[in-house]
Write a protein that binds this ligand. Structure first.
Ligand code: 5GP
Ligand code: ZN
Length: 121
């Protein structure tokens, strides 16, 4: 998809720090890391979110999870643990509508789910 940021990273049109490449996936460091390890795993093919990817190609969604585990092992955080996140839709914080699996770790992570914004006071 021409105007998709992550399609352009996959195509090499926008630079990124790649940490893993497979036939069908690419993993690269998040430009604004939220944890000591913060890597994004994306399919080379454009799918909007996790559910549409699961519907179109469930095996590819499984590949993203396995790549996330491989990245965590390479980063040395598979022992202590890590978090996999698939934001879906604007209120979740999804800003890039090419599915991407966040791999977060390297420190003790707060419990998920804290709302931000007006409702949080
Ligand atoms: P989302 O908020 O959609 O779940 O995640 C998008 C992520 O992409 C954000 O964590 C953001 O920091 C990251 N990001 C946005 N633009 C770029 C970029 O140009 N390069 C890289 N490596 N990450 C980006
Ligand atoms: Zn795309």
């Amino acid at each position: 998809v021409a105007d998709c940021l992550f399609c352009r990273i996959v195509a090499g049109e926008i630079p990124a720090t790649l940490v893993r490449r497979t036939e069908r996936t690419v993993a690269f460091r998040d430009i604004a890391p939220q944890a000591p390890t913060h890597v994004l795993v994306v399919p080379r093919a454009h799918h909007e979110n996790a559910a549409s990817l699961a519907a179109a190609d469930p095996g590819l969604l499984a590949e993203l999870v396995l790549d996330g585990a491989a990245v965590a092992a390479a980063e040395g955080i598979d022992g202590p643990g890590y978090r996999l996140v698939l934001n879906t839709g604007p209120e979740s914080g999804q800003t890039v509508f090419h599915v991407h699996l966040h791999v977060l770790g390297g420190t003790a992570l707060g419990h998920f789910g804290a709302p931000t914004g007006p409702a949080a006071g």
